[in-house]
Write a protein that binds this ligand. Structure first.
Ligand code: GLN
Length: 541
């Protein structure tokens, strides 16, 4: 039967609960167990698709088109867990289901209430992970214990042991032990309070993972164990990591977490752990032979999670080339003010990521122009491709004021526009072109070479498309339309032949990159950046 692990968080948010949950999944897989992961988010939006990246960080897209929390990105990068639209539930989604059941009359005669109707629905979502091919289901609860909106979720997970047996459930609570410089010591009180709150709800954590700035010491760990009513060996330290997030799983193994979980859940089929692949990965991260600087030109640049998967994918590509990738985060409006020459001098590649809305667009287009004209490796993703198309139309094809109808509805040259089937859509939630779509690559192009394939499948999240009426002009002008949808209707990839590396894609390749399996396009981009870097060094000698 499937055993369940629940990961909750306390004291403060942003402790890396998603990363820790993903690391637990990874450790269990490294012990030969089959894992499935899930995130429950207590906010009311039905999914994060309508939220600004400033509020929520990146929206992570799955193959089936579900717009999900960015923690699912950690799950996919760290584990082989199958993920689909049933891997992320919000309060909004749960209520939507319960309310439509009520309207259909499924609760006829009853008063519909948070307990049991909402909690039963949450439990049903959790139990969807039960399957013969799943040894352990890991459910991460978003937010922090004490949040009003988290209560029904906590109540639901409290009840699961009643249904499947306490011995088949494990409650992991992640908290912070702050180090107070003035007092010169680590403080355990907030953790005690947080566990106290959980116990009031009826949940006794089995394992406490404590995030610390400095080493805690056994004495403190024992104190926490005593006050929080957990076993001494079940207080696991997770100190801040200096180099990389890839250190997290190894630290947890060192502190005995995998064995603890195996013992507590009686996972008798678990093998001895083999972390050799992960150790090699970390070795490469710590000892790079080269270094490149990539400018990411975006508009949500101050938010550290707004382009999360892009930063990760750049790192993966760096690892595959033994290269440390330094990201220069460029605010596109800043580039508008200062000009590309000063902002982009000294970088080895420019990446323009996805985005929505008008702000900062001209800065991105300036960045494309600079990269195209100076032979700087360029990678455009989604909106980044649309900017590349607009730039080429304006400055090479001389289509004056060419634009996307997203930014200039009345432009004379709508090189990016809504296609017929999108024009009548007015709802904003889950109405974009979403999820995995196939794409045919034209043989002999840079992308066909990078993928070493003729047909690929990549994830999408956009409304606007390359306007098919302009295809011939672009082809004749020297921009190659190197990837098309299988029916030939949609332009998915453009590239410049007369340039060291200029590729722009309508999809989001960053969602399919893994630490040990860099995405071919990111890999190609970093390789080109490396060549650029070396040429630059030679010139300066
Ligand atoms: N705003 C553009 C569109 O809707 C690009 C979207 C994106 O970059 N994800 O088509």
């Amino acid at each position: 039967m499937t055993k369940h692990i629940f990961v909750t968080g306390g004291v403060v948010s942003s402790l890396g609960k998603g990363l820790t949950s993903a690391a637990i999944g990874l450790l269990l897989e490294k012990r030969g167990l089959r894992v499935r992961m899930q995130k429950l988010d207590p906010y009311i939006n039905v999914d994060p698709g309508t939220m600004s990246p400033y509020q929520h960080g990146e929206v992570y897209v799955l193959d089936d088109g579900a717009e999900t929390d960015l923690d699912l990105g950690h799950y996919e990068r760290f584990t082989n867990s199958l993920l689909n639209r049933d891997s992320n539930f919000t309060t909004g989604r749960i209520y939507q289901t319960v309310i439509s059941k009520e309207r259909r009359g499924e609760y006829l005669g009853n008063t519909v209430q948070v307990v049991p109707h909402i909690t039963n629905e949450i439990k049903a979502c959790i139990r969807k992970l039960d399957a013969p091919d799943v040894d352990v289901a890991i459910t991460e609860l978003g937010g922090t214990v004490g949040d009003i909106e988290g209560l029904p979720f906590l109540e639901a997970i409290r009840q699961i042991p009643l249904d499947i047996g306490r011995q088949n459930c494990l409650f992991v609570h992640l908290t912070l032990i702050p180090f107070l410089k003035a007092a010169g010591e680590a403080k355990t009180k907030p953790t005690q309070h947080s566990v106290g709150q959980l116990r009031q709800i009826g949940i006794q954590p089995d394992v406490l993972i404590v995030r610390t700035e400095r080493e805690l010491g056994r004495e403190n760990a024992e104190k926490i164990a005593l006050f929080c009513n957990v076993e001494k060996n079940a207080v696991i330290e997770e100190p801040d990591k200096e180099f990389s997030i890839y250190e997290v799983p190894l630290g947890l193994v060192e502190n005995g977490l995998d064995q603890l979980i195996v013992d507590k859940l009686g996972l008798t089929s678990a093998k001895a752990i083999d972390m050799s692949e992960w150790q090699q990965l970390l070795h490469k991260v710590r000892n790079p032979d080269h270094e490149v600087t990539i400018a990411v030109v975006g508009k949500y640049i101050q938010h550290k999670d707004a382009y999360k998967s892009i930063y990760e994918a750049l790192d993966h590509a760096g690892i595959s080339h033994s290269t440390r990738v330094i990201v220069k985060r460029v605010e596109s409006e800043e580039l508008e003010r200062q000009g590309p020459e000063s902002v982009l001098s000294g970088v080895d590649g420019v990446l323009v990521p996805g985005g929505f809305g008008m702000r900062g667009i001209e800065g991105k287009i300036d960045a494309v122009r600079f990269a195209r004209e100076s032979g700087l490796p360029f990678f455009g993703i989604c909106l980044g491709m649309q900017c590349a198309v607009i730039e080429f139309a304006r400055n090479v094809l001389n289509l004056k004021n060419a634009n996307s109808t997203e930014f200039a509805a009345e432009t004379d040259h709508p090189v990016i526009c809504l296609l017929q089937d999108q024009r009548t859509v007015t709802d904003k939630g889950a109405t974009m072109r979403l999820g995995k779509h196939d794409c045919l690559l034209e043989p002999g192009t840079r992308v066909a070479e990078a993928y070493d394939a003729e047909r690929i499948g990549e994830r999408h999240r956009h409304r606007y498309e390359f306007n098919p009426e302009y295809r011939d002009q672009f082809n004749h002008g020297g921009m190659r339309l190197s990837g098309l949808s299988p029916d030939g209707r949609l332009v998915e990839i453009v590239e410049l032949t007369e340039h060291p590396w200029f590729v722009a894609v309508q999809f989001h390749p960053e969602f399919k990159s893994k630490p040990n399996r860099a995405h071919p396009l990111f890999s190609g981009f970093i390789e080109a950046a490396l060549n650029h870097h070396q040429e630059r060094l030679q010139l300066s000698l």
